[in-house]
Each structure stands twice: as C-alpha cells, then as structure tokens.
Design a protein around this ligand. Sequence first.
Ligand code: ZN
Length: 162
Amino acid sequence: MCRSGLSVRKSKSHLVSDAPHIVCPHCGAVNRVPTDRPAAEARCGKCRSPLFDGHPVPLDEAGFQRHLERGDTPLLVDFWAPWCGPCRAMAPAFEQAARELEPAVRVAKVNTEEAQGLAGRLGIRSIPTLALFRGGREVARQAGAMDARSIVAWTRRQLYRA
Ligand SMILES: [Zn+2]
C-alpha cells in the first residue's frame, strides 16, 4: 500500500513509523514491516524466520552494531556473563520481559566475556547491566538484577517519558 501521495506534510518520523526497519535476529537482513501488519507475526523476507520469537536475541559486537544502526525498534540489551550468578538468576525474568516487550522493543543479550571490546567501549562496569538504545544511541542504563515486572516497567518508563 502506498500512501505517500496523500499528504506532502508527513514528517520523516511518521514515515519511519509507517514501516519501521526491523533487523532479522537470525540472518541480519533489514526488513520493512508496515505498522498495519502485526510485527509479532512478521517473517524475514530473506530467511523466512520470525522477526520476533519472544526470546532475547544473543548478539555479538557486529550484531549489536547492526541492530543499533539499522533497526528502528528500541533495543534493550542485557549485558551478562556466564560466570555471573545474578545474571543467570535474572535470565528467566529477562525471557519473560522479552515476551511482554516485543515487538515494540527488540530484546537482546550480549555476553560480555565474548564481546569484551563492546563492553569496554560502552563502559559496562558491572553485570548484569540493562541498557536501552534508541535512534542509535543509549538512552538509559540500569545496573543490577531485576524481576520481569521491573524490567518491563523500567523499559516502558524510559520509552514513554519523553
Ligand atoms: Zn532473516
């Protein structure tokens, strides 16, 4: 459907929200999903995988960068490590939060053991740390484990306060 002729005064942000770019968590392809189609059911045009499957997407540094720069969906990242007890304890809560937040938010996790360069560059000093990115930049950060309800509430508070 093409609605671009209807209004010449549509802002750029309106056009973006009409068909946001969503990065495929499986193959990295950038998809455009019109908002009049349910993003939760959308599949990647390249690899046919679901664009959202209710699970945090494990991202390495390149994957993180791709979602950050190419995706229009806000990006919530859990910075964690396998040796970190509180991180492992929070994992089920983060899974549950992903099911609640998708597809409005892309939920991902970065293993700081494997992505040490990225963690260092972002100044992640303790884990678990949650960070929320939007429009290619970080908008909020919270250190320490949270339960699912708190993760969802914190994320929504950051997104809808401005
Ligand atoms: Zn794909």
